[in-house]
Design a binder for this molecule. Structure first.
Ligand SMILES: [Fe+2]
Length: 237
């Protein structure tokens, strides 16, 4: 099924029974980058395979947790590393939005997590670098953008509650998250988005330093950990 996407033939994808991907086109990033990018209508930039369970793995649906895969080929657009358009999750109670769990299946990821003030300015920004096999928890109340800061196709999975709908408006209204990740030499630099009044200094972590409810060194991936004990992931609901 990996051949469903031209040019993407990772063995990582062969493990799953993938549906046809939802494709994000370049036009969706327009207005969300540091410098204007070409319209890019119909030019794919990343692919989302929702609910990528293996055959027979019905427990995911029964427990109301989804396993999605996102494939982000490397690219630099007007100096900025390719990224997802970014979103927040809705509230599940008075205090908390739904959380999420990421894992890198291939390549290197840079996750931008952003907490906003009640008037939708920025309050906190965290960058978390993660490599293949590393898990990264997205706590409640953080919007998030996934960046591919490398030259290899990034493949990540996420575990998330099935029924809610993500909110893209807060990031759209500010024309991006609070920082842009710009290629500089072989690395990157972070440029603040001037549409936010608050200038917060980003905190930078490696995945191994970033806390989450699942211990980092389990020796198992999130898919198998879920099947082993689905109730362990009740915190996502
Ligand atoms: Fe999310």
């Amino acid at each position: 099924m990996a051949s469903a996407v031209d040019g993407i033939n990772s063995p990582v994808l062969e493990r799953f029974d993938l549906c046809d991907p939802q494709i994000r086109f370049q036009e969706a990033l327009q207005g969300l980058t540091l410098y204007p990018i070409a319209a890019g209508e119909g030019v794919p930039i990343y692919y989302m395979f929702r609910d990528s369970r293996k055959k027979g793995a019905s427990v995911w649906k029964e427990k109301g947790i989804r396993y999605d895969i996102t494939v982000i080929p490397p690219q630099v657009l007007q100096g900025e590393y390719i990224k997802t358009i970014g979103h927040f999750h809705p509230h599940k109670n008075d205090q908390e939005t739904y959380s999420e769990y990421y894992e890198v299946l291939q390549g290197k990821a840079l996750f931008l997590f952003q907490k906003n003030t009640p008037d939708q300015d920025v309050e906190e920004v965290v960058f978390v670098y993660a490599e293949s096999g590393e898990k990264v928890f997205v706590p409640s109340n953080y919007g998030h953008v996934t960046i591919n800061p490398g030259d290899e196709t990034l493949i990540i999975c996420n575990l998330v509650e099935t029924h809610f709908t993500s909110d893209y408006t807060a990031i759209q209204e500010k024309q991006g998250a609070a920082y842009f990740c710009v290629k500089e030499g072989k690395g990157e630099t972070f440029i603040p988005n001037p549409n936010y009044k608050n200038l917060v200094i980003p905190k930078i972590y490696q995945a191994s330093q970033w806390p989450g409810p699942i211990p980092a060194a389990t020796g198992k991936d999130l898919y198998d950990l879920f099947l082993e004990d689905p109730d362990r992931f009740e915190f996502l609901k």
